[in-house]
Design a protein around this ligand. Structure first.
Ligand code: ADP
Ligand code: MG
Length: 701
């Protein structure tokens, strides 16, 4: 594709700034920009003009419908389509799209999870236009639809979605970050933005194979499957040559993403066979979040065009690497100055170190909450399993930065390894060799030059939740720091004392070693760092008193909103594991067991026939014994799971008790079934096994 072609395609389906500049009257454009950039209120008159321009643009491209596009608490995106059709006075057909319809929608959304926030008698939720994220045209075989990114809230204004708290958290962080900038003499910057780049991992499998696996169809992961002779031992897939079918898929995906303005940049094979990754260029977090939702949606949709299925589950295959999302996070001024860039002047250096220390203390103070923000049922199979970060939150800084912090803590400015003392009383920073900061792949939260990379985020989840938490805890940390430094009589002295205090108190969270090692688990325990190895336990952090107080203080979540999310998360966990249990029971009872019995029968008959012919057949007898043994054990394990499922259903309504029960009883019973079923898979003949095996699946594309 030539440069021109790429430029022509990129954003061609987006009602972006240049389209608005071209199509809106100057004054309207200026007013709208004020709302987008500075959050100024939008007048109904402006909305009316924008709506009309948007409608005409969409219709010219062939759209007939529009939808308010939002992100309810189920983690997906939702849309309800309305056509532009209206009837004029004489009954003639006209097209219409009012400013009111642009700004506000009223989907009857009583079926979305609300955690009790919205009683059914007031089931209406409201969608409100988020003009900071551009409207775009979504394309499928039925045509084009105008999608208007919106926030979704209840009649009382409680957030029923993921976007609203994210936007609130950016506001909170911006407000507190500006206070920090003021301390260092910046009198003009009036807001900061959060930048985010989410690297997305995924698997591709052949659709025909996928269809034959109820576990993949219903749960997104394999619940059974013996390990094949070769998976990722040879490291031959990572960054390997793309197969043509995969590269054709990636090409179509890129083009579709570019059209809707998603800046897809990098694509490559990942560690496991059939695993791949897509990384976009980073953007403002709210847009990055919308774009990641679009990316996941298109990944699935376009796979179908190529006879494949895209798996976004965190752990589709046991024994193979799982998938995650690396959430790259930084803060930037409107002029594009990154607050996580070590500066060139003494003042910039001191500011950078303060920002760094604020983040260190935020992560240490709220480690459990950060952990919870990346928790879901799928990630429980991944975190701490020596392929993804451990479940313990720590920060990787690299040796150079760690050394600098140690110097500050000890107050030994003059002996600072990397230069003299600046007039701020803070050691000067060397030209950090930034590349050396980024090569520790085992850390959940790593400083990589000018951003932090949160590597725990689940591949299937929205990035809104983790970023809402990161933004808020850093806002809170900035707030505490600003409260103190704004009162300081001698700013430089107080700054230095504060930095030393923070480092002393929070250095336990810094860990530059191997996060996969057994020693780290013990060391972390010694340091008093939480190690929460499952999502059910982790969710408690959302309703811990200190979390509620912090979120309320910064107007990100109310207590009611937090409790609602807590309930929804527990309920979702239970539903996921229960669906897995039902699927596994169905597969075992209707596919695995009959196949094993059939094969046992075949083997027994063969033994009899051979004996009739006057020969001994010891190996076959051994096989038969092994078969029948495992069949019996499988049967017992199945009964255990059936009982556990029944019991868990009796706990309906008590979300925490049910989630804990499901975690402890269903999950373990499922593991047991898997043990026997996988053993049986290695005995039963290939032709007699009723479902595609791991070999079939991971080498299917
Ligand atoms: P990797 O982690 O695989 O080495 P890169 O370093 O190339 O990958 O970048 C990963 C992601 O980080 C990309 O999506 C990139 O756009 C994003 N990124 C780069 N700089 C920043 C920044 N300042 N803030 C947020 N994200 C960033
Ligand atoms: Mg990365």
């Amino acid at each position: 594709m030539s440069d021109c072609k790429l430029q022509e395609i990129y954003g061609s389906h987006v009602f972006n700034e240049s389209v608005m500049r071209e199509r809106l009257p100057k004054e309207t454009f200026r007013e709208l920009k004020k709302t987008i950039d500075k959050g100024a209120p939008l007048s109904p008159q402006v909305a009316e003009v924008v709506a009309n321009a948007m409608k005409n643009w969409a219709i010219e491209h062939g759209a007939t419908h529009y939808t308010h596009w939002f992100q309810p608490l189920n983690g997906f995106t939702a849309e309800k389509h309305d056509s532009f059709l209206d009837l004029g006075e004489g009954g003639q057909v006209i097209t219409a799209f009012s400013g009111r319809a642009l700004i506000k929608g009223e989907p009857d959304a009583s079926s979305f999870p609300s955690g009790g926030l919205r009683a059914t008698f007031e089931a209406r939720g409201y969608t409100a236009w988020d003009c900071t994220s551009s409207a775009f045209l979504k394309e499928d075989s039925s045509g084009l639809t105008l999608c208007i990114p919106t926030a979704f809230c209840s009649y009382n204004g409680e957030a029923l979605d993921k976007k609203t708290p994210l936007l609130r958290s950016v506001e909170a962080l911006s407000k507190q970050a500006v206070r920090i900038l003021r301390l260092f003499g910046d009198e003009t910057t009036d807001r900061i933005q959060v930048s985010c780049g989410a690297e997305q991992e995924y698997f591709l499998v052949d659709k025909k194979m996928w269809k034959q696996r109820p576990d993949l169809v219903f749960t997104g992961r394999t619940l059974l499957g013996a390990k094949p002779p070769k998976t990722q031992e040879m490291d031959d897939h990572y960054f390997g040559t793309l197969k043509e079918r995969v590269s054709a898929y990636m090409k179509e995906l890129d083009t579709a993403l570019w059209k809707v303005g998603v800046p897809s940049k990098t694509k490559h094979n990942e560690a496991a066979p059939a695993q791949h990754e897509l990384a976009p260029i980073f953007e403002t977090v709210n847009i990055a979040c919308d774009h990641n939702q679009i990316t996941m949606e298109l990944m699935k949709k376009i796979a179908d065009h190529h006879g494949m299925v895209c798996l976004l589950h965190e752990k589709p295959f046991a024994g193979l690497n799982g998938s995650g999302k690396h959430n790259n996070w930084s803060m930037t001024t409107p002029e594009g100055v990154n607050l996580l860039n070590p500066g060139k002047t003494p003042g910039e250096n001191a500011q950078f170190l303060l920002v760094l220390c604020a983040i260190i203390s935020a992560i240490d103070d709220h480690a459990a909450l950060v952990r919870a923000s990346a928790a879901n049922a799928g990630n429980d199979h991944r975190l701490g399993a020596l392929e993804a970060p451990p479940a313990i939150i720590s920060i990787y800084l690299g040796d150079e930065l760690t050394d600098i912090l140690e110097q500050i803590e000890k107050g030994k400015e003059h002996s600072a390894k990397f230069g003299g003392v600046l007039d701020t009383g803070v050691p000067s920073l060397p030209n950090l060799s930034l590349d050396s900061t980024d090569r520790n792949r085992t850390s959940p939260f790593a400083f990589s030059g000018n951003k932090f990379e949160f590597r725990m985020v689940p591949s299937s989840a929205s990035i809104a939740g983790p970023n809402t938490v990161l933004n808020t805890i850093v806002a809170d940390s900035f707030c505490k720091i600003a409260d103190r430094l704004e009162q300081a009589k001698d700013f430089k002295k107080e700054l230095h004392t504060l930095l030393a205090e923070i480092i002393k108190k929070h250095k336990r969270i810094i860990f530059n070693g191997n996060g996969y090692g057994e020693e780290w688990i013990n060391e972390a325990k010694r340091r008093g760092l939480p190690n929460i190895n499952n999502s059910v336990d982790s969710y408690a952090a959302f309703i811990a008193p200190e979390s509620i107080e912090m979120f309320e203080k910064h107007h990100v979540y109310t207590e009611t909103e937090l409790r609602a999310r807590y309930e929804i998360k527990l309920e979702k966990y239970t539903k996921i594991v229960s669906i897995e249990a039902h699927t596994l029971l169905q597969m075992v009872n209707r596919q695995i067991m009959p196949a094993c019995l059939g094969f046992a029968d075949k083997t027994a008959k063969a033994i009899l026939h051979i004996k009739e012919a006057g020969c001994d057949i010891l190996p076959a007898e051994e096989t038969l014994r092994k078969l029948t043994n495992n069949i019996t054990l499988l049967h017992k394990a199945t009964k255990k799971l059936e009982h556990a499922v029944e019991k868990s259903e009796r706990l309906d309504g008590d979300h925490i008790a049910q989630a804990k029960y499901v975690r402890d009883s269903l999950a373990t019973a499922m593991d047991e079934i898997r043990k026997y079923a996988d053993e049986l898979e290695t005995i039963v003949g290939k032709e007699d096994w009723p479902i595609p095996t791991y070999d079939d699946l991971i080498y299917s594309v």
